[in-house]
Design a protein around this ligand. Structure first.
Ligand code: PHE
Length: 473
């Protein structure tokens, strides 16, 4: 345990940084579409239940593993299992996952930056052309955007936990909340906005089936940045006497509230653009929605508020998503950074420089996998489709492995750390947690059904994604 490990300066700092990580593209775009397609209010209800009853206990497990061990994932696993090789391998997975997610998330953030730049330059009309995105990702401007995004992310990280990550979150998160509220207020004044709200909120329980339940849980899991090593790492920077359960509840609430509000932004905008839309037509992919569908909607606003007004709304939207992406990217890059600093005893500067170069190389491979290089564009083939290098990273690390990592954290707590020690860590700084309903609930759920559910979700995703079969609908 290192005496001079960096720390967040305050409880609020931890909360904003962790919420900054959790609030990402998944909340702002993925969640509204998933809700609209899968039964509106019925989906919202199931999602909220999953956040409280399944994700919150896992989040408590991850943050407390970090705070107790004062380590990033791999060393945390090693330390709690007293050096057991199998568990250290599990910890390695919890480290490799954020590294690979950092790679593809960098690429998406670069695109966001490019779109923000173009809207600010008055080119919204170009972005609204459906053919634009395909050409944009293969322009050489991408490399400039790559440099700009990395400069921002590494500038924040170079400044350290308190003066970089925490300060960045303290600026960007409130700005994000304000922009979100402004945009929601604006779209609700549009014609047909309430048709969108109705579609989003009125429950349709007939749409709920096993696969929708699976979608809701997976969405909740990655929206809260679980299974990515982030909560372990940020937990290790949390002050020892801060109220851990209270902070985790706050992070989960903020993340869910932002996702809910994002629906109040996206759905009315879509319905105002096309009141007869069949939501089944909406693409499942957040990327398709952000980069091809939404620019069209923003441009259509020019009928009401002129081209300048439409560009302003689009710019605020892209800035909002960009901030959400940057705070997430910072958190996920800090995981391998913290691991390198801890295990190799490198300075922050040296460790980040190494990381920057290697993430850059992988990001460039991704950039080349959209047609520039054939071997990267058709990198593998499974589940009946050809997959690019970029697709493979998303499928494996974002879509498949997260529940497995979450499961490993739960099992580590149960079999090595032991429940009594786990609860003792949670009670530090939170005397009310002791003997509370939450404590009893966390104890029972983590020892019984949560590990089973995570295992089922993981196995089902593997079966469905790679072999085209699903055993839960
Ligand atoms: N919670 C983030 C989201 O909803 C997930 C994420 C976190 C992705 C960190 C990448 C990095 O988008």
């Amino acid at each position: 345990m290192s005496a001079n490990r960096e720390q967040f300066g305050s409880r609020l700092g931890f909360i904003l940084a962790a919420a900054g990580s959790a609030v990402g593209i998944g909340n702002l775009v993925g969640f509204p579409v998933a809700a609209a397609k899968n039964g509106g209010g019925a989906f919202l209800l199931i999602y909220a239940l999953f956040v409280v009853f399944i994700c919150l206990p896992v989040m408590l497990a991850e943050i407390s593993i970090g705070r107790h061990t004062q380590h990033a994932p791999m060393s945390a696993f090693r330390s709690l299992s007293s050096g057991h090789k199998g568990w250290t391998a599990g910890g390695f997975l919890a480290l490799l996952t954020p590294y690979m997610i950092a790679v593809f998330y960098t690429v998406i953030t670069i695109w966001l930056f490019g779109y923000l730049f173009e809207t600010l330059s008055g080119n919204l009309d170009k972005l609204a052309d459906p053919a634009y995105f395909g050409a944009f990702i293969n322009t050489n401007d991408i490399f400039w955007y790559l440099i700009a995004v990395n400069a921002i992310v590494y500038f924040i990280l170079f400044s350290g936990v308190k003066d970089g990550i925490e300060k960045g979150a303290k600026i960007m998160m409130p700005a994000l909340f304000v922009m979100l509220i402004l945009l929601v207020g604006f779209v609700l004044t549009l014609d047909n906005a309430f048709a969108g709200v109705r579609y989003y909120i009125v429950p349709d329980f007939s749409k709920i089936n096993a696969s929708v339940i699976n979608t809701a849980l997976s969405q909740a899991f990655f929206s809260l940045s679980l299974g990515m090593g982030i909560m372990i790492t940020y937990g290790s920077y949390m002050q020892r006497d801060d109220d851990l359960p209270g902070s985790a509840k706050f992070v989960a609430f903020t993340d869910t509230a932002v996702a809910f509000c994002a629906g109040l932004l996206i759905m009315p905008a879509i319905f105002s653009f096309n009141p007869d839309i069949d939501t089944a037509e909406l693409s499942d992919s957040s990327v398709g929605l952000i980069f091809t569908f939404l620019p069209k909607i923003f441009l259509a606003l020019q009928a009401n508020i002129g081209y300048g007004g439409a560009s302003a709304v689009a710019s605020i939207f892209f800035l909002l998503v960009f901030f959400a992406a940057i705070t997430s990217l910072v958190s996920i890059t800090e995981v391998p950074n913290s691991a390198i600093m801890g295990s190799m005893k490198y300075s922050r500067k040296k460790s980040l420089s190494m990381l920057a170069v290697s993430v850059l190389v992988f990001s460039i491979l991704c950039i080349y996998s959209f047609g520039r290089a054939d071997w990267l564009t058709s990198f593998m083939s499974y589940g009946g489709a050809n997959k690019s290098f970029f697709d493979v990273i998303i499928d494996v690390f974002y879509d498949t492995v997260l529940p497995l990592n979450g499961l490993l954290s739960c099992l580590l707590v149960l079999f090595h750390w032991k429940r009594a020690n786990f609860h003792r860590e949670l009670e530090r700084g939170a005397p009310n947690y002791r003997h509370s309903f939450l404590e009893r609930y966390v104890d029972v759920s983590l020892t019984t059904f949560i590990p089973v559910i995570l295992l089922v979700i993981f196995l089902n995703t593997v079966a469905y994604k790679y072999f085209g079969v699903s055993f839960i609908g």
